[in-house]
Design a protein around this ligand. Sequence first.
Ligand code: C2E
Ligand code: MG
Ligand code: MG
Length: 555
Amino acid sequence: MNISHISDEDRNLIVNIFAGDSDSIHIFWNCEKGYIIGLCGNLFPCEINDPFEYIRKTDWIEDSSRSAFDVLCSQIEEGIMKSIDRNSIAVDIPMKLPGESVYALKHIFVLFLRNESGKIISAHINIRSYSEKETQEREIVHLFTSDKAPQLFGQRVARMMEKNADRNIAFIQFDVERFKLINDTYGVEVGDQLLKFFNDSLSVICSDDKPFMRLTADVFMIITVFDDENEILEFIHKLDSMLRGYMGIDYRLVYGVAIAEDRTLHTRRHGDNATLARQSVKGNALNNIGFYNGSLKTALYHQQSIEDDMTRAMINNEFVMFLQPKFSISSGKIIGAEALTRWFHSEKGLIPPDEFIPIFEKNGFILKLDQLIWEKACKKIRQWIDSGIEPVPISVNISREYLHSFDVAGKFSELIKKYDIPIKLLEAEITESVDAEDTSGVVRQMKKIGFTMLMDDFGSGYSSLNMLKTTPFDVLKIDRNFLSEFMESDRGRKIIAHTISMSQDIGLDIIAEGVETNEQAQFLSMCGCDAAQGFYYSKPVSAEEFDRRLLEVNN
Ligand code: C2E
Ligand code: MG
Ligand code: MG
């Protein structure tokens, strides 16, 4: 054994630490230089420079707890690498130490030692057995093995809250979305293993300052102190990255957070609030963290996760242009198309525009997305012309959010020049808006250049008529709810009929959106509206599918 390179200082440290403690194991790890200098009261062969590798090779850890042990190792390594503020990590893992015959819960306490500049240079890892009483209490709480568990857990939480009376406390719950599916697909045994993995990992991740408990089958709850709400999100992100992907299984965890603002409430109430928060985001493709009583916070988080994703998504080409054909009711031919965005998210699958457009409108990203779709529409038109397909106009949506600050007319002109396409083939849809002035200016400018302007969603808001008065649109697009609701009554049908004849009177073309039945189509046709777009004819389809239909229907 060569220990000559161990400094006197380190050697003294080991002697001091090990002296007189035969009940537990001490590992002294000089992580800066990368060697173990002490293990089980002995100086250690110095070829082994990673204590975790050493332990992994022993049978100290049961196979089923190995994943949890890996989580511990990554926490310690991360702690060392980032020199976190925390000076220690304390965890529980079932282990069988030398001389023992069965696996039993052990308390692992890792103390980081720093140099003068605060960098972690060594770690002292202490593994000790629990007393029988301690073991029982912990197992009961964590594994829910007795109906005493909630009571014991409640006491622990109450103690913790008392101790941290002047700090913020959050109740965090999570469960596996469609856990039943895992049982059904992989078998109950795998389901049980997964839950055990959660349990073991939590005992690693949640040191003494974060009591946790398994509440029911797959629902876990963790109580934690925090200073700033971002810490909660960071903690959940970390938890999520550690708990997901066990055995390569694809599952999603859903989290609920309740902040214990009112300390006079029973702890159970905070737990219930966390349950409500968790349930509020079930089935939501984009957001798996709900906050109790804070729709604002939930929305904020939702927004944050989309914002994190959107730039990457754009680079990865996840935004795709779909085309919904517009039909002539009388001839049955395709007379145009509307370009609609679809987000094929690499992890979350297809996300409908309603879930991301409003957020992009708020954060300005819509400007990039819209320009992308406008460009894709122009490219498509160019492609039709080049391949000898009779082109139809494509209308693109313009978000009104930036009408006042962005040169839409300039951009559109640039595009038709770049792709060398007839101006009549690129149309623009703008939703009626409260801020009619900006819209009006842009519409006038666009029309002057020669673009066809459509007023989208007519009848969905109160300002529709006002908009008609102030803004010279070319085409009025009847909103789908307006159509379906008004079609239901005699009075409503009269209003639709008059809207159509009024628009003709003032020289506007008209198209109905959201046509879902033959009855609606026939009624519109009877009233003099021949153009229709809706599921009755076709849903929005991929550009390739649209090409096929165009060739099939129009030839
Ligand atoms: P919109 O411009 O009014 O587009 C029509 C929406 O109605 C589309 O929803 C379309 O799929 C849907 N729709 C069409 N026919 C029917 C029908 O018969 N029944 C029903 N129930 N729905 C029908 P989608 O694609 O989900 O888009 C929703 C909205 O998101 C669009 O409403 C538009 O305002 C916005 N949007 C979509 N893509 C873009 C884009 O690239 N840029 C901007 N700024 N907005 C976009
Ligand atoms: Mg539209
Ligand atoms: Mg519309």
